[in-house]
Design a protein around this ligand. Structure first.
Ligand code: SAM
Length: 395
């Protein structure tokens, strides 16, 4: 991969000589060229900025040095390079964009300063480059160099051969929309703190299940916005988190409210959810992965999942249960979104999803069928229908 960076502070890019990216350059995997924008000026003061038309604070980067710099880079390009122009008004940089940029043979970075670059440069550059305006985040930096460094580092490490162990790229935060699980190394005990017992067990299945759960918990705690990606399609307004004991009281109220209707529909007061107590519900939070959905702070929905042995010889099943949406908010797609979320949360070992509903709960049955579930048993226990669905590789 060839990378060109145009900046008025070429020394800012010096860190690209270090560490893995520096090694990749020395190994010939990445070819980096840094250009000083001022070498494309023609006045004694090497001026790159001027006052803005229309008035206002600050200075704007002049178009002429940029056009000459970009012309020179374009003249050295074999094909049409991608030009990344860092800017707070750009598309937000993320791992998916890093992956797309890593597929390019030639990336060029135009690092702005002051109030930014004359807008006409973007249009001019589009003649020879695929132009992308890219933001590092919702804050303002003094210049594009730090953004270029961050993007180059995130992209270059995806170039084959740059990171020795390619497997470590797969397991990282953001690669599949979740954050990475916590990691530990020797010694086992340190400063009164111990490595979780499961990691010392040698049981790869348990370790994989624990790591998956940790990824979900960590994502829910730190970046709940990432969790319900699929769910967001129908429930963008909901805030989803993994339930804690502090949610138990509200969950109990929601459970009783939702299962009253189930009881009426199914003419039954024998549904376990109707008999939940604060104590049993708090215990269930330890046994199940339970999500709560809040709307403006109010707890309005929940769903839970647990890995169980599936039907004999058919591998593990992700049992889904207690899918509820507050009665006044039903029919808005929140239930479907929660159902999708809980399927996405299944640990790798799960080969099927299973759930149970009342035989007379017609709305639920319709929703489950639409989601791909098929009836596998009736009246076991009496008055219920069991449904299951095979997990797809894309779930
Ligand atoms: N006036 C500009 C605006 O409000 O959009 C901000 C200009 S900023 C002070 C100067 C330069 O820093 C920008 O041209 C861009 O190169 C860089 N920059 C600032 N914030 C950035 C961000 N969040 N992501 C990427 N680049 C940024």
């Amino acid at each position: 991969m060839r990378i060109d960076v145009v900046s008025i502070f070429p020394d800012y890019l010096a860190p690209l000589d270090l560490s893995l990216i520096g090694k990749a350059r020395r190994d010939g995997l990445i070819e980096l060229h840094v250009h000083d924008l001022r070498t494309f000026t023609h006045d004694r003061h090497r001026t790159v900025d001027d006052t803005p038309y229309g008035g206002g604070a600050g200075m704007v980067m002049k178009p002429q040095p940029w056009s000459e710099a970009l012309d020179q880079v374009a003249a050295q390009a074999d094909a049409r390079p991608t030009l990344v122009i860092p800017g707070p008004g750009g598309q937000r940089f993320d791992q998916a964009m890093a992956r797309r940029l890593a597929e390019c043979d030639h990336l060029v970075f135009a690092c702005g300063r002051y109030e930014g670059i004359d807008e006409r440069v973007y249009e001019y550059a589009a003649r020879d480059f695929e132009v992308r305006v890219v933001s590092l985040g919702d804050y303002v930096l003094n210049g594009g160099e730090v953004a270029a460094l961050a993007v180059i580092e995130a992209v270059a490490r995806l170039v084959p051969g740059v990171i020795g162990n390619a497997a470590s790229l797969v397991e990282e935060s953001h690669e599949d929309g979740l954050l990475e699980y916590p990691v530990y190394t020797k010694p086992e005990h340190w400063q009164g703190l111990s490595v979780p017992e499961v990691l010392l067990s040698g049981d790869h299945g348990r370790i994989a299940a624990w790591r998956h759960e940790q990824r979900l918990l960590r994502t829910a705690a730190r970046r709940p916005d990432l969790l319900p990606r699929a769910a967001a399609a129908g429930a963008g307004e909901l805030e989803i988190a993994v339930a804690t004991a502090a949610d138990a009281g509200e969950l109990l109220t929601l459970t009783h409210a939702c299962w009253l209707k189930e009881g009426i529909d199914n003419r039954s007061l024998d549904i376990p959810a109707q008999h939940e107590t604060l104590q049993s519900l708090t215990q269930s939070l330890r046994d199940w992965t339970t999500y709560v959905a809040r709307l403006d702070g109010r707890l309005v929905g929940t769903v839970r999942g647990r890995l169980q042995d599936g039907p004999a010889g058919k591998g593990a099943q992700w049992d889904i249960g207690r899918l509820m949406v507050a009665p006044d908010l039903q029919g808005r797609g929140f239930g479907r979104a929660l159902l999708e979320l809980i399927q996405r949360s299944a640990p790798p070992a799960a080969v099927t999803y299973g759930l149970l509903t009342g035989a007379a709960s017609e709305g639920n049955l319709r929703m489950y069928r639409r989601a791909g579930f098929r009836v596998v048993a009736r009246d076991d226990p009496p008055g219920t229908v069991s449904l299951a669905k095979r997990r797809r590789a894309t779930d």
